[in-house]
Write a protein that binds this ligand. Sequence first.
Ligand code: UTP
Length: 272
Amino acid sequence: MVKKAIIPAAGYGTRGLPITKVLPKEMFPIGLKPAIHYVVEEAIESGIEQILMIVSRKKNMIVDYFDESLELEAFLERENKHHLIEIVPVPSVPIHYIRQPYAKGLGDAIRLGKSFIGDEPFAVLLPDDIMISEKEPALKQLINQFNKYGKTIIGIKEVEESKLKNYGVISGKEKGKGLFKLDDMVEKPSKNAPSNYAVIGRYVFTPEILSILDDKQQPAGGELQLTEAIKDLLSEEDCFGKVVDGERFDIGIYEEYLNLVNTIEQARKRKK
Ligand code: UTP
């Protein structure tokens, strides 16, 4: 059973400068909710019971956002604005936090979760990828596959050739509809990408990935990439890529962020 999730949110968000100097990318508004709220909801709707967020000195706003706000609640109570208390976010599952002292890469961020995870399978959700899915939440789709196979499952989507250079790209054989047994992965290929299937920021891992990350040396002055650890994992056990139903918006790319804001706004108007 996959009950725990890690949400790494300690990166610098350099593609979003200058606003990300003071406003974390994960807090970008999408309607009246910040991006990371959507990701926490997706995790909870997928059955996750405990979340660990990896934050940094500059991300206290995220911690504050999910905390109780006693003054605000007391004020709303006094003013008889009970309907507003309900929308103030206090998640129904515990959220724990660890600070990553330096943004030394996604792999480094995830290995900080080792004692939280212990010896269980776990999910990772990248909060800059927002998944809008008509059917089941994206993470739930991966957990369903994990429950069938008990192997690491990585969310993938087919993307246009010109966009492959922005993502990790898989190489593998299709075993069933939209399910690939992976044999390799290439991070941000500038040319000769091994397929058109790019990794989205949703994963379900067996705990082995944490031992691999723990043994890995931090490259001098560089980032410890999650992709490097996944490649090592591939030589130890079978891993799968699963095509996820739904639309991905990478809010690190400004046009996709705008697109997402419009999509959510249109959906809100349709509901009215
Ligand atoms: P990204 O590479 O997309 O985010 O990492 P970034 O580094 O913040 O953004 P750019 O590329 O400079 O614009 C994916 C996720 O992993 C987290 C980020 O916060 C983001 O949510 N991350 C990345 C960490 O938690 N720690 C890191 O060292 C790197």
